[in-house]
Design a binder for this molecule. Structure first.
Ligand SMILES: N[C@@H](CCC(=O)N[C@@H](CS)C(=O)NCC(=O)O)C(=O)O
Length: 209
């Protein structure tokens, strides 16, 4: 059974899926979709991802889009380690934290949104300010949701931790001030020290050209 991930090295939604696959020690092959070359809207990518986005996972004869849906599927197929809690309250809280990032920070900072702002005459400095603004707003909420445990998910990482790492990576790329988020910075450091998380880092997948 070949599992194939259509992704882009700097895509944070793809980075989430790479972390989940690595934590679950699932082997897969990668198909690079170069977002800067607009490969996401090529007929080839649209055939697997009608939204014209990455990631897409081909698995078990199915084609799945949306990183959280993909990770949820992987979690049922490969339950070790569990990333989406099964206990109802823990599950809801993990989703709440994950969606602060996946539903409320990431979409407004997405490439197509930044491209649209550019088309509307918003200059680079203002676009960068926009980008940081939504991270700071979302992280402010997430910081208060972070408990005293090692990870957002408690003693072990969960789906929300998987969303945190790529969003932190994006925040740092755009020089977002992080002083107000000591818990998130601490948790991210703990997460990125995990071998499986480190193997999913974008730098390991940077295309040659
Ligand atoms: N909610 C989707 C978001 C997917 C998404 O927006 N992917 C970005 C890269 S992180 C993308 O493909 N952007 C292409 C574009 O904006 O043109 C998911 O979690 O999979």
């Amino acid at each position: 059974m070949t599992i194939r991930l259509h992704d882009y090295w700097r895509s944070s939604a793809s980075y989430r899926v790479r972390i989940a696959l690595a934590m679950k020690q699932v082997d897969y092959e990668r198909h690079d979709v170069n977002l800067l070359k607009r490969a996401q809207v090529s007929p080839e990518n649209l055939a697997v991802n009608p939204q014209g986005l990455v990631p897409t996972l081909e698995i078990d004869g199915h084609i799945l889009g949306q990183s959280l849906a993909i990770i949820d599927y992987l979690d049922v197929r490969f339950p070790n380690p569990r990333l989406v809690p099964t206990e109802p309250l823990a599950r809801a809280l993990a989703l709440q934290r994950a969606l602060v990032i996946a539903a409320d920070i990431h979409p407004v900072d997405n490439l197509r949104v930044l491209r649209r702002l550019n088309e509307m005459g918003v200059d680079q400095a203002a676009r960068d300010d926009w980008y940081r603004h939504w991270i700071v707003e979302g992280f402010s909420a997430l910081e208060t949701m972070a408990g005293e445990d090692a990870f957002l998910g408690g003693a072990a990482p969960d789906l929300s931790d998987i969303c945190l790492v790529p969003q932190m990576y994006n925040a740092r790329r755009l020089d977002t001030p992080l002083d107000a988020f000591p818990r998130l910075v601490e948790i991210d450091a703990r997460l990125t020290a995990i071998d499986a998380v480190a193997t999913a880092h974008p730098d390991r997948f940077k295309p040659a050209d």
